[in-house]
Design a protein around this ligand. Structure first.
Ligand SMILES: O=C(O)c1cc(=O)[nH]c(=O)n1[C@@H]1O[C@H](COP(=O)(O)O)[C@@H](O)[C@H]1O
Length: 274
């Protein structure tokens, strides 16, 4: 999916919500355990209940990899179940020497492959040749970690280099590797104070913003400086939506949580004239 198509979906749905599909076997409602593949059934029902309220889904591959072969199959079938009009993110946080990155890119982005995601999260630590192999696919995206939502972001991302933070340096340097039609950045919702600076470095890029909901991030504060003329934000919420209830009403409750965010997003878009 290209940038114009993504923005069109945002305007059509009045939403820039990304639902995080990070299922945990222990939290799957009991009545689903009778299905041959409870995790897949869980994901399907979450997708059915939320797809008109969001523009993207982000399965984090760790939640599937830990289930072995069956997990990979579940990831593939989940991806295949997501309607084509929604943007898909393989949250795999890859990045390695060039020829290895090339294989990761094929695995997750290739149209001929089994996954065929629109995008993949990538760690910048190994530099340009570890990232560029992911850029060789038309209308597919790299989502590079910039300022992450976790406590450990302080350990490296906030070190200074030439009087700027390392994460700012990552934004400056990596944004010259390709255009804002192929690169997005991860910025945690837990750092609302950083969005003004980030927008001065990358005014036009989409930002994937995890951390709203379970991690305590606030939508309004992120949007204050994060929003740009093409919206430029995908706000991810995982647990607060998919585990809103552990009962038979889990899909209904997930929808209610997604709806709350979508209604807020509609107002934000309208106030910005989008
Ligand atoms: O790349 C990510 O998506 C990511 C980056 C980051 O800085 N923080 C972060 O929480 N994430 C992911 O975003 C999701 C957050 O999920 P919830 O905290 O359940 O909403 C998880 O899949 C995390 O791995």
């Amino acid at each position: 999916m290209n940038k114009v198509q993504l923005f069109n979906q945002i305007q059509k749905k009045r939403s820039f919500l990304c639902v995080g599909l990070d299922p945990v076997m222990e939290l799957i409602p009991e009545h689903l355990l009778e299905f041959e593949n409870p995790v897949l059934e869980f994901n399907r029902q979450i997708i059915d209940a939320t797809q008109d309220l969001c523009v993207a889904y982000k399965p984090n591959t760790a939640f599937y990899e830990c289930l072995g072969l069956k997990g990979w199959e579940t990831l593939q079938k989940t991806k295949a179940y997501i309607p084509e009009s929604l943007f898909t993110i393989a949250d795999a946080k890859r990045g390695d020497i060039g020829n290895t990155s090339n294989m990761y890119a094929k695995a997750f982005l290739s149209e001929a492959g089994e996954m065929n995601f629109d995008s993949i999260t990538v760690a910048p630590y190994m530099g340009k040749d570890s990232v560029t192999p992911f850029l060789g696919f038309q209308d597919k995206w790299v989502i590079l970690l910039a300022l992450t939502s976790n406590k450990g972001h302080e350990d490296f991302q906030l070190l200074k280099h030439d009087d700027e933070f390392i994460f700012e340096h990552v934004l400056k340097v990596s944004s010259s590797w390709t255009t804002d039609e192929q690169m997005m950045y991860v910025v945690g919702a837990t750092h609302p104070e950083s969005f003004q600076k980030i927008r001065s470095i990358v005014p036009n890029h989409f930002l994937l913003v995890p951390g709203v909901g379970a991690q305590g991030g606030d939508l309004q504060s992120v949007c204050k400086y994060g929003l740009n003329s093409k919206c430029g934000l995908l706000i991810n919420a995982g647990r607060s939506i998919i585990f809103a209830s552990k009962g038979k009403d889990f899909a209904e409750k997930a929808r209610a949580e997604a709806l709350k965010l979508q209604v807020e997003m509609d107002l934000i878009l309208s106030a910005a004239g989008l």
